[in-house]
Design a binder for this molecule. Structure first.
Ligand code: PLP
Length: 382
């Protein structure tokens, strides 16, 4: 059966070079990085080199990078410690953040009684920066703003430099979940006044179960996981050496090939938009995903003109045809929870139609897009 993978925002296929390097590390660098003998020192030095590599790409210092088990842990680390250790009493966020942020904030509200405020969004899910400024102005409580760089469901891109500068001028801390942008966008954190970010290797052709938090120097952030002195005391637990090196290689390759892959992926995205518009009357695009200046080049979120009943069969049908994408709709199955992202800004009418997220990588081709459009067209016409 033909197979087409268009779910790269969920996770990506690992690059061969990453797998090869990780295999070598697992075979040869099995010493515990905390051991003082040569085996341990070799593993430790691999990790510290990887830290330097990551820091170099973000233009920060190595001591500001903390390796974690992924994006979820990095978000949890920052938000929990900000409240517990930094005296944050109020958090401004949006309803379209990842659950790694939203559910952590629910927990912090319940445990510490912090105030969580949601910034307004427009009809495309864009953050209302005027409202953000009003919220920042409205209170003298110690505030942290948590707003993601690229939305994982609709692809909206936030100008984190502008937000960071605004936060700075009101003395608020700024955390940005950059899980969907690290490895896809160049980022100079020396120029962007952000205090904390989160990243995850499996979103840029690296391994699952590893990521990092960027924690600005002297922020006072304290660990979430206690035990040994790993990660300079910021994150206990024996380091996953092969995963960290996998992350390093994946990031190096991502930035080495950035321009070329970005052009390829953008052309796939544009071709898909064009083919959908040409073949599926009434198709709509959620969020800003059709506007290249306002959204990531890596995904689209499409609202299809289909009845509610038929929508139930859609993902199932695509899966039968070997096509992998993500459900983005609020109501395709009675038992499933809808998308909290689409629910935050779509009209009731559009929420009643199925929405799908297709997300791309360097491995996709226009032939695959033709196949998907043919399958969708057939489904809609029958
Ligand atoms: C925006 C965003 N934040 C956080 C995460 C969680 O990252 P991880 O899977 O590494 O825990 C994801 C992954 O889906 C994501 O897209």
């Amino acid at each position: 059966m033909k197979k087409v993978y268009l779910d790269n925002a969920a996770t990506t296929q690992m690059r061969d070079e990453v797998i090869e390097k990780m295999t070598q590390v697992m075979k040869e660098f099995y010493g515990n990085p905390s051991s003082v003998h040569s085996y341990g020192r070799s593993s430790k030095s691999l990790i510290e080199n990887a830290r330097k590599t990551v820091a170099g790409f973000l233009n920060v210092s190595a001591s500001e990078i903390i390796f974690t088990s992924g994006g979820t842990e990095a978000d949890n680390l920052v938000l929990n410690s900000a409240v517990r250790d930094l005296g944050v009493k109020r958090i401004i966020t949006s309803r379209i953040e990842h659950h790694a942020v939203l559910y952590t904030l629910d927990h912090l509200k319940a445990c510490y009684g912090i105030e969580v405020v949601y910034v307004n969004l427009d009809k495309n899910g864009e953050v209302d920066l005027g409202h953000l400024e009003e919220l920042l102005k409205a209170s003298d409580e110690k505030t942290l703003v948590s707003l993601m760089h690229i939305n994982n469901e609709i692809g909206n891109l936030l100008d984190i430099k502008v937000v960071g500068e605004m936060c700075k001028s009101y003395n608020a801390l700024f955390h940005s979940d950059t899980v969907q942008s690290v490895g896809h966008y160049e980022m100079d954190l020396n120029e962007i006044p952000v205090d904390f970010t989160a990243a995850s290797a499996h979103k840029f052709h690296g391994p699952k179960g590893v990521g990092f938090a960027f924690v600005r120097k002297h922020s006072g952030l304290k660990p979430l996981i206690f035990g040994g002195e790993q990660e300079r005391g910021h994150r206990a637990g024996t380091e996953s050496v092969h995963n960290i090196i996998g992350l390093e290689i994946a990031l190096k390759l991502a930035y080495k090939n950035l321009q070329e892959e970005r052009e390829h992926i953008s052309s796939i995205k544009n071709y898909f938009i064009h083919q959908l518009e040409a073949n599926i009357p009434g198709v709509k695009f959620n969020g800003t995903c059709k506007d290249p200046g306002k959204s990531t080049y890596t995904l689209i979120n499409v609202c299809l003109p289909v009845s509610r009943e038929k929508a139930l069969l859609l993902l199932f049908q695509l899966d039968l045809k070997g096509i992998a994408c993500s459900r983005g709709s609020a109501c395709q199955s009675g038992s499933d929870k809808g998308s909290h992202v689409l629910e935050a800004f779509l009209s009731e009418e559009d929420l009643n139609k199925p929405s799908l997220r297709f997300s791309f990588s360097r491995f996709n081709t226009t032939q695959e897009i033709d196949y998907v459009v043919t399958v969708l067209k057939e489904f809609l016409e029958n």
